[in-house]
Ligand binder design. Structure first.
Ligand SMILES: NC(=O)C1=CN([C@@H]2O[C@H](COP(=O)(O)OP(=O)(O)OC[C@H]3O[C@@H](n4cnc5c(N)ncnc54)[C@H](O)[C@@H]3O)[C@@H](O)[C@H]2O)C=CC1
Ligand SMILES: CC(=O)C(C)=O
Length: 257
């Protein structure tokens, strides 16, 4: 039995990943901000009802002490940490000239520093355990291409992609693989917020911005969390043992690299 931890798992893509990893037979620790405790507990209870063990932990991934506790509490309560999914993230939709330095720092603190803290604390735990592990980050199509009005968000995801490449090389001797998933447009609260903010900037109605972006999807529909969870299931399991340092697109064919 392996133990997985998924951050930002109270809703959206993180929740879909946590459900899928439980279905795959992993024991699953789920975490999110304290303000999401109710949704997080519902997620945990649903996971436990599938027959695996599950714990719910609260913490902010941008804070070092929080991430240390998320990792050590998972290992203490479930016995180990074998798969770390650094999923938590925030969006920001703004023209670069309107972004304050403080707003820039906030996005980077959650998406880039948060990933750095989750990757490194998980790696320390896995190295101590001595049996390898899988570290998986939430990148995006925005880790492969810069999009207007999402410039700071894209910077944070490019950073995560670079971190994934470097970490994969540093930790390969410990039998730890490090990869990231790159969704396109997933129908979650995050995209509702992006659609709202793009609508205000471009003076278009609700749903119009998402529709415009979705027009470029080869497979003709936006993504669900389950589409992404299928890739993470693969990255968390033995079939991906010979893959490391990759940021893999799961975008229905939006960008081609
Ligand atoms: N929705 C989309 O189209 C895409 C999303 N992504 C990435 O996938 C990940 C998940 O996105 P969604 O589920 O769509 O977002 P979401 O906004 O629906 O869910 C994100 C979760 O992360 C939690 N979170 C936010 N800041 C946190 C912090 N500092 N510490 C701990 N938890 C925190 C939130 O409370 C929330 O439960 C993010 O990293 C996002 O950037 C990537 C590509 C596309
Ligand atoms: C939220 C996100 O990553 C995109 C590309 O929409």
């Amino acid at each position: 039995m392996t133990v997985a931890h998924v951050t930002g798992a109270a809703r959206g893509i993180g929740q879909a990943i946590a459900f899928r990893l439980a279905e795959d037979g992993h024991d699953v620790a789920v975490s999110d901000l304290a303000s999401m405790s109710e949704e997080l507990e519902a997620t945990r209870a649903k996971i436990e009802s599938t027959g695996v063990r599950s714990i719910a932990l609260t913490g902010d991934v941008s804070e070092h002490d929080s991430v240390r506790s998320l990792v050590s509490d998972t290992a203490a309560q479930l016995g180990s940490l074998d798969v770390m999914v650094a999923n938590a993230g925030i969006a920001q939709t703004k023209a670069l000239l309107d972004v304050t330095p403080e707003e820039f720092d906030k996005v980077l603190a959650v998406n880039a520093r948060g990933a750095f803290l989750c990757y490194t604390e998980a790696a320390r735990q896995m190295i101590e355990q001595g049996s390898g592990g899988k570290i998986i980050g939430a990148a995006s199509i925005a880790a492969h291409k810069g999009f207007p009005l999402l410039g700071v968000y894209c910077s944070s995801k490019f950073a995560l992609r670079a971190l994934t490449q470097a970490a994969a090389q540093e930790w390969a001797p410990h039998k730890i693989t490090v990869n990231a998933y790159c969704p396109g447009i997933v129908d979650t609260t995050m995209w509702e917020e992006i659609d709202h903010d793009l609508g205000e900037i471009n003076q278009v109605g609700k749903g119009e911005s998402m529709k415009a972006m979705a027009a470029g999807i080869t497979l003709g529909r936006v993504s669900t969390g389950d589409d992404v969870a299928k890739l993470v299931s693969f990255l968390a399991g033995p079939d991906s043992d010979y893959i490391t340092g990759q940021s893999i697109l799961v975008d229905g064919g939006m960008i081609f690299v």
